[in-house]
Design a protein around this ligand. Structure first.
Ligand code: GAR
Length: 191
């Protein structure tokens, strides 16, 4: 007998390659989960197109349309509850998560970040690593708390910086991200 699939919502602000990798893993049965909703804060992000192609519901919330960050997150929360989301999976969601989402999903929000945290948190982590001249950087999957890329680390994998080049290193990082996120989510969901 197969265990019930975990219902997840994916949050993304950009291209959505991690979303696509997770969606494919769900489709192939490599991840015992179902993406019930994709949330973006960028209506023009490519992830919107990818979600539509995968036939997965995607909703754009623009924070500028709300009076406060709390009301923005409460609107998202209503949609998450309606969709029955059990875990929030951040995949290139470039906003700090606030109290409404954190208290509704305690220790149930996970993020992927393109560095070996605590090195290079925040935006442009790969650019930061290349600018510092490090030879090895990597990928971290961690639980989300109120800080910027600071929650409990669940998994990390090292990636060599390629030719001191941001684009080539980003390509290597993305390939590792797609595997590491799937593996880490699988172990989280089978606990
Ligand atoms: C990924 O590299 C992810 O680690 C990073 O954004 C990229 C999104 O790529 N996230 C952060 O920097 C979070 N601080 P994608 O849209 O192709 O999945």
């Amino acid at each position: 007998m197969t265990a019930l699939k975990m219902k997840i919502a994916v949050f993304a602000s950009g291209s959505g390659s991690n979303f696509a990798a997770i969606a494919e893993a769900c489709r192939l049965g490599e991840l015992n989960a179902e993406i019930v909703l994709v949330i973006t804060n960028k209506p023009d992000a490519y992830v919107v197109e990818r979600a539509r192609q995968a036939n997965i519901r995607v909703v754009a919330f623009q924070s500028a349309a709300y009076k406060t960050k709390d009301t923005y997150e409460e609107a998202i929360l209503a949609m998450l509850h309606e969709a029955g989301a059990e875990w929030l999976v951040l995949a290139g969601y470039m906003r700090l998560v606030g109290e409404p989402l954190l208290s509704a999903y305690p220790s149930r929000i996970v993020n992927i970040h393109p560095s070996l945290l605590p090195s290079f948190p925040g935006i442009d982590a790969i650019g930061q690593a290349v600018a510092h001249g490090v030879k090895v950087t990597g990928v971290t999957v961690h639980l989300v708390d109120e800080g910027m890329d600071t929650g409990m680390i669940l998994a990390q994998r090292a990636v060599n910086v390629v030719d001191g080049d941001v684009d080539k290193t980003a390509e290597a990082i993305h390939a590792v991200e797609h595997d590491l996120y799937k593996e880490t989510l699988n172990s989280l969901f089978s606990r």
